[in-house]
Design a protein around this ligand. Structure first.
Ligand SMILES: O=C(O)CCC(=O)C(=O)O
Length: 233
């Protein structure tokens, strides 16, 4: 999958293949009832519950269920403040809108209301030995939103990389499979779960968030490091 980013825009009825584009302003009608918990977000800086799994070819993943408490309040704040946009990707020779909304920040540009993400980035950087300073957020509005099998574009050119995902909102499966083929494995990522991919994972494995029949909204917050010589990676 090759992906190019575009500034936030309202999709027009252009010559895009695939399902009709949907608005980039998320429908907030479900927000109040589902995600209005007022708890301050707190996380476990000791990573006491982290479960690490070595995969083949020097790849590894680490899952910490319920790592961040107060995930619902954080979900609502990210939903409200992120400058949500769309991007297009090439599929079967056509350019199609990606079936999810995204936004990005550098850790120093975060709004004050999201200062906890700066603290999370610092804790992750300390633990994993990389400056995880680039933050991306992905909104899966319902079960039709997804991300297809991929390894992160630039990270897959590197011998090793770390990508951390903080999951907010509804539980969705994240699947992994070896790039050369073989059985896949899956993790259900629920509210406040932390999932980290490391080593050669972006190069030798692929991951996906598949479509599901029914889902309430989910946001994933990704933390990435800068890649040497690449501003865009
Ligand atoms: O949403 C997720 O959990 C996965 C995100 C992802 O794979 C990506 O943004 O490249």
């Amino acid at each position: 999958m090759s992906v190019s980013t575009a500034p936030p825009q309202r999709p027009s009825a252009g010559p895009l293949a695939g399902p009709a584009p949907r608005s980039v302003r998320p429908d907030l009608s479900w927000q109040a009832s589902l995600f209005a918990a007022a708890d301050e977000p707190r996380f476990d800086a000791a990573f006491a519950e982290a479960e690490r799994r070595e995969l083949s070819s020097g790849a590894w993943v680490e899952h910490t269920p319920g790592w961040l408490e107060g995930a619902d309040g954080l979900f609502a704040t990210v939903l409200e403040l992120a400058p949500w946009g769309t991007y297009t990707m090439e599929m079967y020779g056509d350019r199609v809108l990606a079936p999810r909304l995204t936004a990005r920040w550098h850790v120093d540009e975060l709004p004050d209301e999201l200062a906890v993400l700066r603290d999370v980035g610092r804790a992750l950087s300390d633990r994993y030995g990389k400056e995880l300073e680039r933050i991306g957020v992905n909104l899966y509005r319902d079960g039709r939103d997804s991300v297809a099998w991929h390894g992160d574009r630039v990270a897959r050119e590197l011998p090793s990389a770390v990508i951390a995902i903080l999951s907010l909102g509804h539980r969705r499966p994240l699947r992994l499979r070896p790039r050369g083929g073989g059985p896949s494995l899956g993790y259900g990522l629920g509210r406040g779960d932390l999932f980290v991919m490391g080593g050669s994972c972006q190069r030798t494995w692929q991951h996906a968030v598949p479509k599901v029949a029914h889902s309430q909204p989910r946001i994933s917050v990704t933390f990435r490091h800068r890649y040497p010589g690449r501003e865009d990676g």
